[in-house]
Design a protein around this ligand. Structure first.
Ligand SMILES: *Cc1c(COP(=O)(O)O)cnc(C)c1O
Length: 359
């Protein structure tokens, strides 16, 4: 038997989630964010499955866009950080890549370039996150210069990004929306990431830009009805490879951080931080063994974890184990590992085989 750790990717769930995004924002065009190797899922696989369901794709940089173009993906692709060097504009023009303009360098490179066709530009405005974008006060002059240069396409989109849309109680999102709405010029607009799409209808505008929700997990910090219909795309699984009984007082794993409070049965599972399961996961983190919930017992090793299966029925060598995904939300595991689901999937290593399920 091959080593059993696997990340199963359900492309039906992916398309379903894109449909949920469409339904929630029926009047907006849909841009699917597939940066960072589609949040660790595999950019070519995910973009290939999504391009017929969406109006455009988005990645961080031109290298990520080229990977998709070389694989035959033909949908428009926005570069969310724009160009890092002037020469990238020529490639962008040739390959229908859309560029973000968020600073004076990027705008000047565009104005001074000699391009075979205009490039579609998205003007990024900083409405309060203070990470990317031009200040609202200088946005009108950027917009005018984009309208004036023949190197920018006719359809200029003005966009911004939310800092706290995952938190319904936060005042920051209404503040950002007010600043965005007050910009004194007319153009197509975009603001919503997944949380904006799911929970802030006023943020939908002309384009929505979900990433995380397409992979089927909730980005919200609180429960929200609109996340209930999402279906997980990645299910991380492995199997039991060793079983033992431990007596009261015996410790399990590196550092002996878990000590049996009762006579216990321990299952060792072939998955560890070398396979993308977080070392930060605490004792008690839920794990599904043979369809039943069990609890992580002891530190996560590179290639193995140990699970307390005391009292579970019928667990034998080879029993299937689910670490997250179908039946065990990624967000729940992320909480137990003091991180967010975004990070867990995005750092999934190449070592873990991706098994693509198409229907
Ligand atoms: C990553 C990103 C998104 C998608 O965010 P999610 O929270 O994954 O939906 C949207 N817009 C920009 C500018 C981004 O960088």
């Amino acid at each position: 038997m091959a080593r059993p750790s696997r990340a199963r990717l359900d492309l039906c769930a992916l398309r379903h989630n894109a449909g949920v995004a469409r339904q929630l924002a029926p009047h907006s065009r849909l841009m699917a964010v597939v940066k960072a190797n589609a949040y660790g899922h595999g950019a070519v696989t995910i973009a290939g499955a999504l391009q017929s369901e969406t109006d455009a794709l988005a990645v961080a940089c031109i290298e990520e866009a080229l990977e998709l173009r070389y694989a035959g993906i033909s949908a428009p692709i926005l570069l969310l950080e724009g160009c890092f060097e002037a020469h990238e504009l020529l490639t962008a023009a040739q390959l229908d890549l859309w560029v973000t303009i968020e600073n004076e360098h990027q705008l000047r490179w565009l104005e001074e370039a000699s391009l075979p066709t205009p490039v579609t530009c998205w003007l990024k405005v900083d409405t309060g996150m203070n990470r990317m974008g031009v200040k609202p006060g200088s946005a009108p002059s950027y917009f005018q210069r984009l309208q004036a240069t023949h190197n920018a396409g006719n359809e200029i989109v003005t966009y911004t990004h939310f800092a706290s849309a995952d938190d319904l109680q936060s005042k920051q999102t209404p503040q950002q929306l007010a600043i965005f709405d007050a910009l004194p010029f007319t153009s197509l607009r975009s603001a919503a990431n997944s949380a904006g799409l799911l929970a802030w209808p006023a943020a939908h505008y002309d384009w929505v830009r979900p990433g995380y929700m397409l992979y089927g997990d909730s980005p919200m910090t609180q429960d929200h009805p609109s996340v209930h219909s999402l279906q997980p795309v990645m299910t991380l699984t492995s199997a039991v490879i060793s079983l033992r009984d431990v007596a009261v007082g015996e410790a399990v794993g590196y550092g002996g951080t878990w000590v049996a409070q009762r006579a216990s049965r321990i299952a060792t599972v072939a998955i560890g931080y070398g396979d993308g399961y977080p070392r930060e996961a605490q004792n008690g983190t839920p794990v599904i063994v043979n369809g039943q919930r069990a609890a992580l017992a002891g530190r996560v090793s590179m290639d193995m974890i140990t699970v307390d299966i005391t009292g579970l029925e019928g667990v034998e060598l080879g029993a299937e184990v689910v670490l997250w995904g179908a039946g065990l939300p990624l967000a729940e595991i992320a909480l137990c590992a003091n991180t967010i689901g975004y990070e867990l999937v995005t750092r999934m290593p190449a070592r873990t085989p991706r098994i693509v399920v198409r229907d």
